[in-house]
Every structure is written in C-alpha cells, then in structure tokens.
Design a protein around this ligand. Sequence first.
Ligand code: FAD
Length: 551
Amino acid sequence: MSYRNPTAVLPTHEVTNMPPHMGDQDLWSSDLALREGIAREGAAWAEPQLADFGQVAGREEVLELANQANRFDPELKPFDRYGMRINQVSFHPAYHALQDLAVAHGLPNFAWNNGGAGAHVAHAALNYMLNQIEGGVLCPMAMTYAAIPTLKASPEIAKEWLPKLLSTTYDKRDIPVGEKTSAQMGMFMTEKQGGSDVRANSTRAVRDGEGYRLTGHKFFCSAPMSDAFLTLAYAEEGLSCFLVPRFQPDGQRNGLFLQRLKDKLGNKSNASSEMELQNTWGLLVGPEGKGIKTIIEMVQGTRFYCAFGSSALMRQGLVQALHHTAHRSAFQKLLIDQPLMQNVLADLALESEAATTLSLRLGRAIDEGEAGNQEAAALARIGTAIGKYWICKRAPNHTYEAMECHGGPGYVEESILPRLYREAPVNSIWEGSGNVICLDVLRALQRDAEAGPAFLREVESARGGNGHLDKALDDLKEALADHSDIELRARRLTEQMALVWQAALLVKSAPAAVSDAFCASRLGAAWSGSYGTLPRGADCNAIVQRARGLG
Ligand SMILES: Cc1cc2nc3c(=O)[nH]c(=O)nc-3n(C[C@H](O)[C@H](O)[C@H](O)COP(=O)(O)OP(=O)(O)OC[C@H]3O[C@@H](n4cnc5c(N)ncnc54)[C@H](O)[C@@H]3O)c2cc1C
C-alpha cells in the first residue's frame, strides 16, 4: 500500500535509498511480451478489454484485497447454530470482492462467450493479469472454464447449467442453481489412496431413477462452495464421471459432507477441503465406464491455466524485482545497473517472456483446434502437457530469485513476494504432478499419431534462425527417436521439447537480444538452470529495458 507523505525524517535517522511504493500497476501496457503475443496469436480484437482489465486488476486496492483474502483464511462452517448441517465455507469479504471482479470481467467464461480466433488467447491473458495479483481466486475460474466443454457434451445438463456458468454476475449465495444468477464448478478426483492414479478411486455409484447415488470420499476438493462438482465414481460399467450439485432437484442439500479444510503452504484465499459423499445425488456425464475420457477434456483446460498461471507469477515477480532494483543502490550504484544484477534480471526476464509466449501460443492452438484444425488440436494436446510441466517447474525458483533481488525486504510479508513464492509450487503439483505430466507427454507421443509430427513441424519452422536452436532440434529428434528407457528419460525429454519450443517461438517473434540470449543460455552447452548465469555476449541491458516496457 502507498500512504500519503509518509514521514522520512525520523528522530533517529532519515529513511533513504528505499524505492517508492509502486502504486497502481498497468498490467497490460508495461508487458510487451503479452501485448505482442496477443496481436500475434489472433486476439488483437480483445485489446480494448485487455487494456481496460490490465488497469483495473493492477490497482493498488485490488492488491490490498488480495492481501486480505490471503491473510484471513477461509473458515469451515459445517453446522448452523442449531446443529444442522450446512457444509459451508465462510470467506473474507475481500475474497468475494475479487470473485466479483473476476466474474464481471468474464474470467471463467470469456473464451466460451466470445469464441472464434483468439478467444482462448484473450481468455488466458485476462486470467494471467489477475493471477499476478491473486492466484487463489483463479481456482474456481479454471474449473468453471474447463468444465464447460465437458458439460456441452451432455445436452440435458448443459441446458440447466451452461447459462449460469456463462454468466458474468457473481452470485455467492448457497442456494439451488435454478434460483441463482450464475454458478461455478469444481472438480474432485483425488482420493486418499490415489490422486494421480484415479483408477484407484473407491467411491461407488449406484443407479437411482434418472440419477445415481454416490458413496465414498474425496481428499482434495478446492473451491468447495462451487455450485456443482464433476467427480469420478465406479458404476456398474466402470469408472464414470458425475455432476454432483450442492442441492438435489427437490431443493434439499445434497450429501456432501465437508470434513475439514487443508492448512496449505500457499493459495490461502482458496479453500481446499476434504469431503465425504454419503448417498450423494449425481447425474452421469458422458457414458458409464468412460469417466476418465470424459473428465480428461476438463483436465486439459485446468492444465492450460497452470501454464499461464505460473507465467503470471513469474511476470509479477520480475516486475517487482525490476522496480526495486531500479530504485535501490548499493556501493554507490543502482542495483539495476550492476552487471551481475543485470544478468539475474535479464535471465528472469527471458524466463518470463518465454513462458508468456508459449502460453499464448498454446492458446492459439486451442482456438484453432476448436475450429476443426486437426494439426492444431494435436499440438494443443501435447503442448498443454509440455507447457504445464516446464513453466510450472520453472516458477518456484523464479519467484525465489525475484525475492532475492529485494534482499531482506523481499522476505517480509508486506511485499507480494512471499505470496508469489508460496503460490508457485501448487501449479506443478495439482492437475497432474510433474512426473505424471511427463508420462502424459509420452502417452501423447505414443497414442496420438498426429501429436509428435505436429510438434516437430511447429518447432522446425524456426530452423535456420539460430545455430544453438538448429543443434538442439537435431538433438531433440535423436532423443525422440530413441525409445530405450523412455520412461526414465521422460523429464529430460519434456524439458528438451519445452526449451526447443520456447526458443523457436522467441526466434520467430522476439527481438534478437531476447532470442539470442535465450538460445545461448538454455540451449548452450553449460546451462545450470540457475538464474543469473547468462553467458558473455548476452545483451542484458536490452533485455531488462524490454521487460520494463521500455524496449
Ligand atoms: C492445494 C491443492 C488443491 C487441490 N485441489 C484439488 C481438487 O480440487 N480436486 C482434485 O481432484 N484434486 C485436487 N488436488 C490434488 C492434486 O491434484 C493431487 O495431489 C495430485 O494430482 C497428485 O496426487 P496425489 O497427491 O495422490 O499424489 P500421488 O499420486 O501419490 O503422487 C505422488 C508423486 O508421485 C508421482 N508419480 C505418480 N505416478 C507416478 C509414476 N507412474 N511414475 C513416476 N512418478 C509418479 C507424482 O508425480 C507425484 O510427484 C489438490 C492439491 C493441492 C495441493
């Protein structure tokens, strides 16, 4: 927060060499990688909305709401005062204010309400901007966005639920969906005995008239105040997908019993609960026995969120580091002008730009895939896993380095850095943890005949633009052709694919200072992965100026 004329001259000393408060941020104008990506990936038509939201979401008062929503944890209210079961979670008003802001700007449904070229690109950009300020509120946005295509495949369910999910009016009331102006969706798959391996689920579903009755438990249920959840349970034909609303058709509360809320490392504003399902009413979504296939479409959507969500965390960490070092001196020189700090900042900037660029490119693949382009759909399929793995893997260390650029004050809760840092690992863990995602890349390569060729055509289109990239392309093709110990090598292979893809995108679209340094470091011989290790010859100053929006 900034304060009017804080007193710098104190009885014992004068406060000097401290940066000014950042005040309002313009999350759109200053982010050249974002703006250029939006134009390049087909979403130029959305620029007015994005520019507007960049100013709105970057306001200091939104940051303050985010701070409050994370400082005052959600509280479980299983019973009312008379001992009757309500299974509610009570949130700080700041959380609801953030939800209001997000839903009003279409964060859960912009892509579906607009459609066409650039819709998912613009959708990602809107969410990316708010995610820089607050990650927890994005969880229900992600699950609602991701559930919509799954529900579209079930016309009866879609008729009741889609108008509410596509609404841009936030309605926090815990009442049946028919009485609400809008609704949100959750997705509960993880059980105690298995999260990655959902076939280990023990929840059972038995037919009950038009619906089913589910009995069992779910171990991680985020945004449990959502109006309905997609979940998995074993029916006669096998593991099946069900829509479970908070209220049954007769208006009675459904059998969803919140056991407790998780005490999490970060993502504090968002409640994550444990739940028991007792004779819980649900509707089958998709065919019985095809639950994984049905829900996997949804998982692709939430994994897309993880990729651009982690890009957002990196961008905001970088913005903070640039601001601090531009105003703080050590040894008679601004930090931002010191060669070694420039190397760190430039390296952070490269990572941030590469992540944002890849996320937006992925958005275009999703857009084009939806329009019926098979090659784009195949790229989106494998690219989502590649992007989710690598971008999320790079974010925790990135937020930590951005914190370290601040010295001690970065470690203190008054800055946003600790919150970004605590938020960073979750995108890598949920929606398929790192190993599982790399195995999914292998699955895409093995089972989708189009995925590998689509990916290679994409990256080969940059051949000739950079010597390091050409060599890395050859190495990658060799690695892909070698099927020995493929599972053991899945992380390395996915990392190679991600780096080559990011490099190819930057070679084709970014200024030479950015693409040259990215290729020389990430694809050069001796990359340690640590930030601040760009090789001699990298134009750190140009990269830093661009990251500040001045390039
Ligand atoms: C804050 C938070 C909120 C969450 N919210 C939800 C939610 O709303 N809904 C929901 O369904 N889930 C949710 N989850 C759960 C999350 O999706 C799971 O924790 C995750 O999928 C991993 O499952 P698991 O915890 O059972 O770990 P496990 O499946 O036991 O995996 C443990 C580790 O083993 C690795 N591993 C698994 N299989 C293999 C293999 N074959 N080879 C090599 N390594 C392997 C994994 O990558 C992981 O690193 C949430 C998690 C968190 C942290």
